[in-house]
Write a protein that binds this ligand. Sequence first.
Ligand SMILES: [Zn+2]
Length: 285
Amino acid sequence: MYWHLHSICDTAVGDGLLAPNPCQLNVKKPARQIEPVTLEPAQVAAAVKVIEPQRFQAMVLIGEWCGLRWGELGELRRKDISDNAEIITVARGHRHEGGCHIDTPKSGKTRTVAVPPHIRADIKHHLDTNVADAPEALLLTGQSKCGHLSDATFRDAWHKALKAVGCQPTRLQDMRHFCGTMTAMTGATLTENMSRMDHSTVTSSVIYQDVVAGADEKIATALSALASADAAPTASVNRLALQRSVRRRGPHPPRRRTPDDHGGIRHACTPMDIARVSSAVQSDY
Ligand SMILES: [Zn+2]
């Protein structure tokens, strides 16, 4: 805000409306923030292939396709990954603020996330080659006393990989953004998306009643379909179709019951839903 005012006053000085700029406080100019970026699945795959060190590969894949927050990703341990890497249990998150703090996920609840089949082998390979045998062994280790990897180290490696494949840098929370968007594109309901993303900003308890057993596994499979090279154009087509559909129906389509309702209210995610999830995901990171 201060620098916005400073800029306005600078313009006024240039126009001769003000003598000196009255904004003379010694305030450090904030670093320019990276704009949110949602990659395409093929871009994620390309960058993962070249990221160094290679032990970061599986972690990027989990971040992108399972939508964990950075603090949750860095706190994953061997015991949190099921046999064959089908399910990840997200029970904790960590943060480094005046020391290392490990706590429950932001929602305060443990959740399980179905892993899209196309990344399970990568996670298993990571466990076999980069993770100690103990159940408590971290999947991602760093040099800090607590054993966690610093977010700066991970971010730098990811940015270098993105640059190597011609993509602009993304924020770590954009991994979550990517997952929320892709999940919506599978046709998941807003509720299912929110459940997968551990997203609690939309407060209607009715929404949560719509989650059906096994829904996340179906979503995980559909995400893998999106990840395949052949599916990428289809995903774009689906997005366009959704946008056209919304233009035809208007921004607030009525909710209606469908045969696969499983007893709840269900509607396909519209771009507005995606935007709601994405923006809430950002505030919920
Ligand atoms: Zn730590």
